[in-house]
Structures are given as C-alpha cells and as structure tokens.
Design a protein around this ligand. Structure first.
Ligand code: NAD
Ligand code: UGA
Length: 464
C-alpha cells in the first residue's frame, strides 16, 4: 500500500513538527496539516519562517525546505481529509474540566469530533492514526464511530504515539529511540496498514527501532513512558528535600546513583517541579483509568508522583517567602524564565505559573523575563487560574525584555527555567542593582553557588 497523501488534524506542538519532518524526509508524499485555529495556520504559513507558531531549535529550517513543496498548512479540514490515504489525529487531549472524571480523565471531545468529521467526509478507505496521547482502548471508540457511517468506507485504526520532547523535538524526530506502531496485527488489512506506516518511518529510521504491537499495548506504553519519566523527576525531587536537611547535594547524589547502569543518568535533574502539557495530564489519566478498573493501589501509587510535584513547587515558593523574613508583601521579585523548560515557548503547566501565583497571594510585586514566551501568554496563564482578574494580574505582574531589567531594584531573583543565557548574565552588575541583602533562588540548579556567594548574594539552590 503506497501512501501519497497524508492529512494531520491538529497543527500544534506535535502535529506541526512531526509532519514537517515526515514531509522533509518523504518528498514524494504530500502532507497537509489542518487546524481549526486560523491564527495558528496563518502563523505556520507566515512568509518569514521565523514566525511559525512553535519555537523549536532547527524547526524553521525543516519547514523552510518542505513548505510549499509537499508540506501544506490549511484550515480546510474537509478537503484534506477527503484527499488523504492516511490521517493522523494530533489534537489536544487535555484533562477534563467538567462532569464525570473532572480533573482526572482525558477530555476526548476533540478526538471524537475528528472521528465524526472523518466519518462524514470520507469517500474512500483510509488509515486513521492516533498520534495524540489517549487512554488505553480509545481506538475501540474511534472504530465504533468510523465503522458506523453506513457509506461502505473501511477504516484501519493505528496507534502511533509520539515520544518527542519539546525543545529537542526535531532531534527526537530525526533520530528517535523508537517509533511505536500499534495495529490490528491479527488481520491482513491491519498488517497492511501497519506496514504502510512502517514504510514511511523506515525512510530515515532503522527498522529495528520501529516497534509494532497490538493497539492496546501501544496506547498504554505511551502513558507508561510518561509516567516513568515523571516518576524519576519526582523521585529525585523527593531526595532534594532530604538533601537540604542533611547536607547532601542532590546533583552529587544523582550522579552517584545515575552511574549505576541499571538506573541510568537521565531525568535525574532536580528542579522546582516538572511542567509541560503532558506529564501531569497523562498521569492523572492513568490514575483515573486505574480507578475505573477498581485498581486503587495502582492509582494511589501513580498519584503520589503528582502530589510530590505539587509539593516541590509549593515548597520552593514558601522558601522564598520564609527567607525574605516571612513576608514578600510589596517586595519586588524577579522571575527569570516562564517556559516549562528551556528551548521552547510552551508554558503549559510551567512551575513558574504556580510559584508566581503563590507569591502574588503573598502580595509580592512580580517582574518576569523569558527570552521566548510572549508577554500576553504570561497574563493568559495567570488569568486561566481564575484566582484574580486580568486587571489585577496586569497590575501585580510586569513583563520586561531583559533579565537585567527584571532584576533591577529587586529584593530577590528566582530562576525557574534553565535557559542557557541565565548562566552568562553579568551577575555582578545584577547584584549591584538589587536591594540588599540580595537573594538569589535557583530552582533549576544551573548557577554556580560559590561565585554567586562571592559576589555577595544570599544564595539558595533547590536540593542543597
Ligand atoms: P496543541 O494544543 O499544541 O495542538 C492541538 C491542536 O489541535 C490545536 O491547535 C487545536 O486547535 C487543534 N484542534 C483541536 N480540535 C480540532 C479539530 N476538531 N479539528 C482541527 N484541529 C483541531 O497540542 P499538542 O501539544 O500538539 O498535543 C497534541 C497531542 O499530542 C496530545 O494528546 C498530547 O498529549 C500529545 N503529545 C504532546 C507532546 C508535546 O510535547 N506537546 C508530545 C507527545 C505527545
Ligand atoms: C515529555 C517526554 O519527555 C516526552 O517523551 C513525551 O513525548 C512528552 O512529555 C509528551 O508526551 O508530551 P516534555 O514534557 O516536552 O516531554 O519535556 P521533558 O524534557 O520530558 O520535561 C518535562 C518536565 O520535566 C520539564 O518541566 C522539565 O524541566 C522537567 N524535568 C525533566 C526535570 O525537572 N528534571 C529532569 O531531569 C528532566
């Protein structure tokens, strides 16, 4: 089965980069990425490729090469579906904010809308691929919708979860540890569909790194991978608090532990807490699924990863207040970094949001600097919490365009994203321009303690 036309529904952090790389690697396949968000599509089509809506190192070069050749961005969802042999569903699957499973289950309404639209529009057989992260057994619901169109069109449903991390998306897509494809491998049609997708990836990925499984294993593996990764961060963050009490240093502990080849060194960097759109959402989803099956111990086990993460964010903010003589009321605090990690402009679930919220409740005056995040996004993140009006947030939070400006006349500085540039700031000048004592809180452990203390800072880093 030769694929000529691909459609991807959802032009977000996953749909955009994954399709750009497929289009670049497979110039004979037409790839159309569609979205209902006109602004987003316009940005993907912006003449100046540096204005594409997602900041990822290397992405603009990939888009530049393929866009207009065999990579297209459009809001005409119907036409793209109709013309495609293969459709990736890459829409958002946020945590439900209403009804059954509120605050835990994944909200599948966008997925279902896609399925109904595919069912309505399709005139010939198609392969439909779950690219979004979904609860195990979602494919059964998709199949139910797609098989009941009554128009004779046949669909094969595959699960092909995405493992890219933001900030390294292009690198991860070019050279993934593995690609996972789940399909109905017990039937010939199912096998054909799996092979069609394997062939696409095999254009640039060694076949031994392309794993095929049944659909349920594939769906569950994605949730498992994220849960394991987040669990490691919570594990090292739990140790960070113990380090602070005992004189141990969490980086030294991580290095010693990570040298054990059975444990490995990655994902052991203690921080102010993990953020991002997926870890929390996917674990909550896992907790919800476990509870639905009556597996309460399994649910409690995974929920602890989130409890630890919330604790880490809160205790960092608390540390700032306690260190500043138990009050930050009316004090200026500079927040360096708003993105949930470096090299991305994504702020979803960023620890900075929660630390700032805590400090605002303590009546601090906040000044934020982030090299890539749009100022309006910062206000939108705070407004989304619904604790204060937009007007109140704009009054209490100022957003500036340099770290130096943020730190001027501040009582304290908190580093919340590990942007490289924070390491090479003129910290002596920053110290001079701050109120004294000048407090510096490193929530990412990127700054060298000794040199900062020599300058005169009262220095605190999480985990030592
Ligand atoms: P996103 O919010 O950035 O993008 C989703 C896009 O889908 C939005 O632009 C939205 O407008 C569009 N959309 C929603 N419903 C639509 C519809 N009916 N028709 C057309 N477009 C529609 O989300 P994302 O970060 O790209 O994540 C997408 C999925 O991939 C999620 O399930 C997520 O868990 C998973 N995932 C994300 C990452 C990541 O790094 N962000 C990594 C792996 C997996
Ligand atoms: C994560 C996974 O790494 C991807 O494999 C997965 O595809 C993706 O979620 C997803 O499903 O969305 P991402 O959230 O983009 O990717 O970024 P990570 O590098 O995993 O970082 C997540 C958070 O954990 C960040 O806030 C990061 O700063 C934090 N982190 C990570 C730590 O605090 N310490 C670490 O050692 C590693």
């Amino acid at each position: 089965m030769k694929i000529k036309n691909i459609c991807c529904i959802g032009a977000g952090y996953v749909g955009g980069p994954t399709m750009a790389v497929i289009a670049q690697k497979c110039p004979k396949i037409n790839v159309t990425v569609v979205d209902i968000n006109q602004k987003r599509i316009d940005a993907w089509n912006d003449e100046d490729v540096e204005n594409i809506p997602i900041y990822e190192p290397g992405l603009s070069d990939v888009v530049k090469e393929a866009r207009g050749r065999n990579l297209f961005f459009s809001t005409d969802v119907d036409s793209a579906i109709e013309n495609a042999d293969m459709i990736f569903i890459s829409v958002n699957t946020p945590t439900k904010t209403y009804g059954i499973g509120k605050g835990m289950a994944a909200d599948l309404k966008f997925i279902e809308l896609c399925a109904r639209q595919i069912a309505r529009v399709s005139k010939n057989d198609k392969i439909v691929i779950e690219k979004s992260t979904l609860p195990v057994r979602t494919a059964a619901a998709l199949k139910n919708i797609l098989d009941n169109t009554g128009n004779g069109v046949k669909f094969q449903i595959l699960s092909n979860p995405e493992f890219l991390a933001e900030g390294t998306a292009v690198q991860d897509l070019m050279n993934p540890d593995r690609v996972l494809i789940g399909g109905d491998i017990d039937t010939n049609k199912g096998k054909e569909a799996v092979e069609a997708l394997v062939d696409i990836y095999a254009t640039w990925i060694p076949k031994e790194n392309i794993l095929t499984t049944n659909v349920w294993s594939s769906e569950l593996s994605k949730l498992t991978a994220n849960a394991f990764l987040a669990q490691r961060v919570s594990s090292i963050n739990a140790m960070s608090e113990l380090c602070e009490k005992t004189g141990a240093d969490v980086d030294e502990v991580a290095r010693a532990v990570g040298k054990d080849s059975r444990i490995g060194s990655k994902f052991l960097k203690s921080s102010v807490g993990f953020g991002g759109s997926c870890f929390q959402k996917d674990i909550l989803n896992l907790v919800y699924i476990s509870k639905t099956f009556g597996l309460n111990e399994v649910a409690d086990y995974w929920e602890q990863v989130i409890i630890m993460n919330d604790h880490q964010k809160r205790r960092f903010a608390e540390k700032i207040v306690k260190t500043l003589f138990n009050t930050v009321s009316g004090k200026k605090i500079a927040i360096l970094g708003w993105a949930f990690k470096k090299d991305t402009n994504d702020t979803r679930e960023s620890a900075a949001i929660y630390v700032t919220d805590y400090l605002l409740n303590e009546q601090a005056e906040i000044v934020v600097y982030d090299p890539k995040v749009n100022p309006e996004q910062i206000y939108a993140d705070l407004d989304y919490l619904s604790y204060r009006s937009d007007e109140e947030n704009r009054k209490a939070v100022t957003i500036v365009s340099s770290a130096e400006e943020a730190c001027k006349d501040a009582h304290a500085v908190a580093v919340l994203t590990e942007w490289e540039e924070f390491n090479v700031l003129d910290w002596e000048k920053i110290y001079e321009d701050m109120l004294k004592p000048a407090f510096l809180f490193d929530g990412r452990r990127i700054l060298d303690r000794r040199s900062k203390e020599n300058i005169g800072f009262e220095f605190y880093a999480i985990g030592s």
